[in-house]
Design a binder for this molecule. Structure first.
Ligand code: NSS
Length: 428
């Protein structure tokens, strides 16, 4: 009788006696003399196969991470992972794997050196599946909520988020251009056409600080909405984040378990999120022994201390003018602060979103560009948007890698990405 092709995870749900073929990679190898056990991993999970006699001799050739095609019959065995195993009849080694290098050294640095091989680990597999859900859910949320997906260029000519982290690139004509830090200005132009827009794209920042939450290339989910203010955009952000978290809880229970991620903080992540003003945040921090001079941005340590006080994400709104980029609109009721908000994730993770209301008036924007010591000519087309049918508008940027880091409960952002780029690493 012919054997049916099955995924490892499917085998665990099959009746005893089914004859199947599984294709995958050797995850564990155990030779007990008479019997050889192979645990085979594929994209769906793992399943044990046991071989004796002639088949065992063949199975002995299958080293860890060799690719194999195993055929056999399903049988219940409480000792096998998942309670089922394959009584192997035949095994074909498709690609040998002599001396797979990941054996004892599981240091972060080494695993980054061999990232091209480590992506097949069960841990990375789990993270990548969660990441897959997150990206899908972001698209789903926006498309269901009437947004148009747009694309902005990666080569740009002026800073959105400050010159210090710009990546210069020598352009074909010999001039210097930069890699984008944010698609925001392009999204602002596109709201005059499509009103509600979003994009999911890489952003680049020459971050000189080595931290657990900074990459030099990160995935940025940005949205911009015409006729919207700070309150509106905060509501979009909390809806979006809770939607994504819900989708992960629906789709990735196995992966969260494998990663040892407690789901309780995720289950609590429902709107409304907490809202505190920057001033209130400083008061809370002062009570915890932090001294932040009014006007300074909150650093990672401050954010960590602040979110300890909250059991779900918290918005910090109305940052002082000086702590935020020039495009933020100042609060008419209190011009020394901006209509801005960062969303901080709980459990010590801190900022995952930055956003707020933009300046829509020409004079106000020109005046602020000057006050910030920037060159008006660098922002000509951006300023021009205020000349032709300007509207109040707001938007935000969500760091997807940071969101994945929090949702998966990882302690370093590099573990949220297949091939991370940091200040020290562009390989593999
Ligand atoms: O600098 S942000 O706070 N805001 C902007 O770039 C706005 N121009 C976005 C907008 O309104 N359209 O960055 C947004 C988010 C921030 O909250 C982080 O979650 C993430 O982007 N981010 C990063 N993630 C990883 N690595 C680095 N270096 C990084 N920088 C920002």
């Amino acid at each position: 009788m012919g054997a049916k092709l099955a995924k490892a995870a499917e085998v665990l749900r099959m009746e005893d006696g089914a004859r199947i073929t599984v294709r995958g990679w050797v995850y564990r190898f155990r030779d007990l003399g008479e019997k050889v056990f192979l645990i085979v991993r594929d994209s769906s999970g793992i399943v044990q196969a046991v071989f004796s006699g002639e088949a065992a001799a063949k199975a002995r050739e299958a080293d860890v991470e060799a690719s194999v095609i195993v055929t056999g019959v399903v049988r219940s065995d409480s000792r096998a992972p998942g309670g089922k195993e394959i009584v192997g009849e035949a095994v074909e080694v498709v690609g040998a794997s002599k001396n797979f290098p990941i054996t004892k050294d599981f240091s972060r640095e080494f695993l980054l050196d061999v990232r091209h091989l480590w992506v097949r680990s069960r841990r990375m597999q789990a993270v990548l599946k969660i990441r897959h859900t997150v990206f899908g859910a972001l698209h789903e949320y926006f498309r269901r909520s009437g947004y148009y997906e747009v694309q902005a260029p990666m080569f740009i000519t002026a800073a959105v988020e400050g010159g210090a982290t710009l990546f210069p690139v020598k352009y074909v004509d010999g001039s210097t251009v930069y890699l984008t830090q944010s698609s925001q200005f392009y999204l602002e132009a596109l709201i005059y056409s499509l009103e509600k827009v979003y994009t999911i794209a890489p952003s680049f920042r020459a971050e000189k600080s080595r931290t657990r939450r900074h990459l030099t290339e990160f995935w940025h989910c940005e949205a911009e909405v015409a006729w919207a203010g700070l309150e509106d955009i905060m509501r979009v952000e909390e809806e979006l984040v809770s939607y994504v978290v819900e989708r992960v809880l629906d789709s990735n229970q196995d992966e969260l378990k494998l990663l040892g991620r407690s789901t309780e903080p995720l289950e609590r992540c429902k709107p409304p999120f907490y809202r505190v003003s920057y001033d209130e945040a400083l008061e809370i921090l002062e009570g915890k022994g932090f001294k932040v001079a009014w006007g300074e941005d909150l650093g990672a340590d401050e954010e960590r201390a602040l979110v300890e006080e909250f059991d779900k994400p918290v918005f910090v709104h109305r940052y002082p003018e000086k702590a935020k980029a020039f495009y933020h609109k100042n609060d008419p009721a209190r011009p020394e602060v901006t209509l801005s908000a960062d969303l901080l994730a709980p459990e010590g993770y801190g900022e995952i979103i930055g956003g707020g209301e933009r300046i829509e008036r020409l004079e106000e924007l020109l005046e602020k560009i000057k006050r910030f010591g920037l060159r008006e000519e660098d922002y000509e087309w951006y300023v021009d948007l205020r000349r032709y049918g300007t509207v109040p508008h707001a938007g935000f940027g969500l760091g997807i890698d940071r969101l994945v880091m929090w949702v998966a409960g990882l302690d370093h952002i590099v573990d949220a990405v297949a091939f991370p780029r940091t200040i020290r690493r562009v390989y593999p």
